[in-house]
Design a binder for this molecule. Sequence first.
Ligand code: GLA
Length: 694
Amino acid sequence: MRKHPIALTGASLLMGISAFAVYAQSVEPTTPPPPPEFAAQSEPNFVGISDIFEFRALDSYSEPAWITENFVNEGKLPPVEERLPVEPMVYKTANMPDGIGEYGDVMRHVIGGRPEGWNYIGGQSQGWGGIDIGMYECLTRTGPLFMVRADELEPLPNLAKSWEWSEDGHELTMHLIEGAKWSDGDPFDSEDIMFYWEDNVLDPNVSPLNGATPQSFGEGTTLEAIDEYTIKWTFQEAFPTQYLYQMAYGTFCPGPSHILKPEHPKYSDNTYEEYKNAFPPEYLNFPVMGAWVPVEYRPNDIIVLRRNPYYWKVDEEGNQLPYLDEMHYRLSTWADRDVQAVAGSGDFSNLEQAESYVEALRRSADDDAPARLQFGARTIGYALQMNMSGNGWGDPDARAQAVRELNRNLDFRKAITMAIDRQWLGDALVRGPFTAIYPGGLYAGTAYYDAESTAYYPYNFEEAQALLDGLGLVDTDGNGVRNFPEGTAGGQDVEITLLANTDYATDTNLAEGVIAMMEPLGLRVIANFQSGNARDDMQDSGQFDWSVMRQPAEYISVVQNTVGLAPVGLRNHQFHRAGSDGTLDLLPFEEELVDIVNAFVATDDNAERAELMKEYQRIFTENVYSVGLTQYPGALIINKRFANIPAGAPIFMFNWAEDNIIRERVYVPAEDQPGYELHPQTLPDVPGGNGPVS
Ligand code: GLA
């Protein structure tokens, strides 16, 4: 038999309860070591919101000449001024890094995800990498906030062009852009908003893609349509400005009710599954409010999107946006996205898989390298999440249920966190000053992070073993794996499944690192590695014991999707949702986290918020709510031919870089356009309408 440290466990168990108490006392957390110096390579030019754009009517508008000639003059499309809203969004020239743009060209994205279909609000993924961000517009917008001055920090108006609060702060009236149209010419109005809210967010049978739930907007919140272009929110709290962040990507981006509604079970004979899948990837010209419309799909090859002729944003000279006529999404791998962006056969990448940093840096350092590569702050982080439901979320069998009980035990979570050698994990991804120790919770270096409030249990294998011994997890059959105590899961070996995403090498590398570190501890962790869509479905339906995943935006900005920081609702949290009886079995410290998050949302006093987040971080990390693994910076790689890329655009902050760089105003100077368009001079087809011109 393999010699194994676990052989000691029996002996330490014999030392009994008092020995365990001694151990427990000696397991004192410390503060995490300061992350290695790593300066972001460029800083944003901070501005106020009204410096970026405003909504107003201009004297005249224009569009690419080929649209006027081939479509408008041919009677296939109304003139541009009739396609725009009464007051379009007007981007200000002074805030455009390279000024007014020129039409044409393509941004060639490469992605590792695959489209399930176009019904984003019904829960389908489009394959990520910014396809959905370019197709769906939301009430407010957060990506560009990385360049907004702190004293003006508030989500940007978008589909909601303005809003006002009632005197008592319980009502928020929002004014929608007026006279705007979906890409097929159908009017956009409050009916689209109400369909999204009533029949998708409030309908418990529908799970919009990025997890919008009623709690995303506050317990008891109501929404009503006042008229075609006015909606009114009523909140239980006064002035919960926080919810403006949830009205951005990805929780309030309405879909085209004129084609979705007839498929919804409430208005048809469809099942919910049929509603979700009503618009498969093969369905082209799906109506959008975003700048580009899908016009071609070839499985495992490419998705092509063309400019939306009804897009409702313009520049100060009245040129209808976007400047870029086409978007490509090569259906490949995420690692290939890095390789192609660096080589110049792709145009864009969020360099986020640390394994490829050294090579990407080396190749980009060349003066004639085709792409710019710029590192930002450490906003990529990974954690090991444990399924915290003890009451049946995901329908666990006896073994999985026994694991859930362990997950809910603080000594168990402490043991796991102390058995993780984070320095080793980080170095195994990439050597150098990139990775930092991440104990869990909020990221070091972000606005609400406080090192003093962060409990870090350093690597301590012996203590980890002692804690597991103390839980009665002993290797009774001498096979090197601890057993559940007699009477629990038949006293079988402690086997734990670990869910991770095979679309990213980093995810599986870190998961394998965790598995390797659990082995000497006597825990058999079994890889459950799934492709992205399947992984997401398993996590969302609670079918996991443990899961290693990249952390969402709330751990960075806090103000974005704040409710994701705790299980404030039945199904809003990543690793603790309601069980089969429809209730949430929160542990006392989770209740505290919920209270803190609710208090944070209910106040806009900055000092109070900072204090609340210190408390959140303390409780989170002391209780090892999730086991942080590593955090590191990402780099934005963009081909040098693109103009209007804002300085200091991070790959991930309030949103991903695909939103941050404001793609609708990015352009390529005419003389640099290489002719990559696959469908030049065509527009998305509309029912009975345009018909692509060949
Ligand atoms: C994926 C990618 C990210 C980013 C997002 C956008 O998650 O890994 O880099 O492109 O999609 O949604």
